[in-house]
Write a protein that binds this ligand. Sequence first.
Ligand code: NAP
Length: 232
Amino acid sequence: MRYAVLGTGIVGRTLTAKLASLGHEVVVGTRDPQATLARTEPDGMGNRPFAAWHADHNDVPLQTFAEAAAFGETVLNTTSGPRTLDALGAAGAANLAGKVVVDIANPLDFSQGMPPTLNPVNTDSLGEQVQRAFPDARVVKTLNTMNCSIMVNPASVPGEHNVFVSGEDAAAKEAVTKLLTSFGWPAGSVIDLGGIETARGAEMLLPIWLRLFGALGNTAFNFHIQGAHKSA
Ligand code: NAP
């Protein structure tokens, strides 16, 4: 299958490496490939520059957001939350139309300092904003509630734990669930929250996730919904 991973940060790199290791064709999308490859500084989280990662994964093309989105049959959004609509706008509505768009971004607003706040929140979500802005895309919010190393290696967290999916299109959620299963998520660990409006809840887990990170001093944890089962 052909995937476009929009985003050159640690999340995009992690998912790209996993998809490639599973035998998929993957292209990474960025604003300006030359500028991205020319960066020599680590990012804000201390991750090595993209070029250093790319040297180890040079079989994965780096293209503009639009070129990558045109290539992908499925598109993963791993861009900065406050910039996601810009990035997807650059990808182009026509290149997203009819495709499953897996939205992993969180609308974290660092403009008021730490800890970040959510914007939008409560009565809206980034997942909904993406679906509204690109009505022909089949948006599924998922994987945003854990560190990226766990996204692709759920067994790294001992015991049972969960991943959520939100979206309007049942077939798109089914396809994403299959993708998650291929990453190692047991089928029973995937909780379908409902329509894209439920992305509000998934995104609003971020404040508690951030406090857990602060309290525990590491990111090697995830949410487990004890007793989760669906009533008839
Ligand atoms: P990030 O630094 O949040 O985002 C990097 C990407 O955002 C880059 O591809 C960058 O484009 C793009 N971007 C930045 N400013 C832009 C602008 N003005 N216009 C268009 N695109 C712009 O990367 P990350 O740390 O990998 O996180 C990715 C997303 O995943 C975030 O939304 C984050 O909240 C979410 N998330 C992260 C984790 C985690 O483990 N870190 C877990 C769950 C969810 P260029 O490539 O052109 O620089």
